[in-house]
Structures are given as structure tokens and as C-alpha cells.
Design a protein around this ligand. Structure first.
Ligand SMILES: [Zn+2]
Ligand SMILES: [Zn+2]
Length: 267
């Protein structure tokens, strides 16, 4: 399939935001090259039928059809960059996905996540949270059972409150740990904690998992000059939000805008 080009007015002006150090905005434009490359990427994925289309052997978890079930689509992004001494030659193209693709956080050929936490460490924490979710459900179900006396109800309510609070505490601790350990590389090549570069108090969950921060940090790490970025949607739209495959979407305002200026900062 070949997704339609959006009207020029639908293309966001770029990916960036205010920089706390310089007091100005740093921004990378969207640009036609990045939009084209992003759509070529979608075509390559669709033609191969898998998200690791550029690998010799496909991971069975990464069949693109998985993104077409309701609510399962994802944002992917492309960065066009220039390497040192590449002024008159071709550009380097980097590609990234937001969060995880079909539950896979790291795919060969795509830029890695910013989180310093390993997959195993995160899964371990998530499994523990899962056991508390399960305990809450059990307590909730038991509260519904007929014939409970007042003492039993009181005990079960207390149990439910404890399991819920524990689950929330563990989720918050995991999010804080992910944020604390995540690092970005700035335009000046400095490795800085995500929490320090994020320009506002109260960093939202999931900050740094979008395509643009991953792409820009990776370009900086490799000493590349970012020229253009485009984030496009692939697969089914999320529930309740209109998203169209191949359409370019702007950086999110809550997680990315307060972060991207600091990542792009050349100082
Ligand atoms: Zn974002
Ligand atoms: Zn700056």
C-alpha cells in the first residue's frame, strides 16, 4: 500500500522545544526527505511483512500484521543526518519506534531505548507488579462473594487497600528508576540524565520513549548532524484517537517538547 501524502499544512513544523541552558528553542525541521524516508520504511515493512525487514532472519514476534489489530498501531520515526565529511555525499538514515514494537523493546537495525535499565531488570519489576495486580483481583473477587460477615468484609477491604497501594508504589518506583537511569546524548556530545535535561518538574511516565528523543540522542552519540525528522503512524489507530498510517504527527507536548530542546543543545 502507498499512504497518501498529507497536505503541507498537516505537516508539523519540526521537532524541538525550549532549551533551559540557552533560553531559546532548538528544533529540527520535518522536511520532505524525512517524510519520504519514513514512507519508504513503511513500504519496506509492509512488503516484507515484518518489522525486522532488514535482518536476514525474522523474529516471529515481529510480524507487522500484529500492528493491524485494534489499538495495536505504533509511531515510528526517521531521522536524516549528515556525518562528518559528508557535506556532498549521501545522508545517514536512522529509524526508531515509540516504546515497544509488539512487546519487543530492542530490535536490531533500530535505535536502542534511552533507558539504562536492562530488559531483564524491567521485566522482573513488571512481574512483581503483576503479582500485586493479581492479589488485588483476588481480594476484589472475594469481596463479592455472598454470605460474608462484617469482620470478613473489613479484613478483605483492608487487604484490597494494601494490595492496591503496594501495586501503585511499585509502579511509581519502577517509573522513577527508569527515568533516573535513562541517559541522553546532547548536541554537544554530553551524556546527561534524562531527568536533568527534561525542562520541567514532574516528568511524565514514558518520557524518552518516543521516536524523536531516541533518534536525536543516537545521532548525537554517533556525531551526526540531524537534518530532518519525521514521526509517522503505522498500523491500526489507538482507541479513540484518529491516526492514519503514513501520516506525519508532531512531537507530543507533554513528554517530548520539554525534552527535545535540551537534547539538541549544542552547548
Ligand atoms: Zn513524544
Ligand atoms: Zn541550548
Amino acid at each position: 500500500m502507498s499512504p497518501a501524502l498529507p497536505a503541507s499544512s498537516d505537516i508539523p513544523e519540526g521537532y524541538g522545544g525550549p532549551c533551559r541552558d540557552c533560553g531559546i528553542e532548538h528544533r529540527v525541521p520535518v522536511g520532505p526527505r524525512a517524510v519520504t524516508e519514513a514512507r519508504v520504511l513503511i513500504t519496506s515493512i509492509r512488503t516484507a511483512g515484518r518489522l525486522d525487514f532488514d535482518q536476514p532472519v525474522g523474529d516471529p514476534r515481529l510480524r507487522v500484521a500484529g500492528l493491524d489489530s485494534p489499538g495495536a498501531g505504533q509511531m515510528i520515526g526517521v531521522l536524516v543526518a549528515r556525518g562528518p565529511g559528508q557535506e556532498n555525499t549521501g545522508a545517514v538514515i536512522l529509524k526508531a519506534f515509540s516504546g515497544e514494537l509488539l512487546g519487543v523493546p530492542r530490535i536490531e537495525g533500530w535505535v536502542p531505548p534511552l533507558s539504562g535499565l536492562s530488559y531483564g531488570e524491567r521485566k522482573e519489576a513488571e512481574v512483581e507488579i503483576g503479582t500485586w495486580v493479581q492479589r488485588s483481583r483476588v481480594a476484589e473477587a472475594r469481596l463479592q462473594s455472598p454470605g460474608l460477615d462484617r469482620d470478613e468484609i473489613r479484613t478483605l477491604r483492608r487487604e484490597l487497600a494494601v494490595t492496591k497501594r503496594t501495586r501503585q508504589d511499585l509502579s511509581r518506583a519502577l517509573m522513577e528508576r527508569i527515568h533516573r537511569e535513562a541517559r541522553v546524548v546532547t548536541g554537544a556530545g554530553r551524556i546527561r540524565p534524562l531527568t536533568e535535561v527534561f525542562g520541567l518538574p514532574g516528568i511524565p511516565g514514558g518520557t524518552g520513549t518516543c521516536c524523536a528523543p531516541k533518534l536525536l540522542s543516537e545521532a548525537n552519540r554517533r556525531g551526526l548532524e540531524p537534518l530532518e525528522v519525521a514521526e509517522v503512524w503505522i498500523g491500526a489507530p489507538p482507541k479513540g484517537r484518529p491516526r492514519q498510517e503514513g501520516q506525519v504527527y508532531p512531537a507530543c507536548s507533554d513528554k517530548c517538547r520539554p525534552l527535545l530542546g535540551g537534547i539538541l543543545c549544542p552547548r
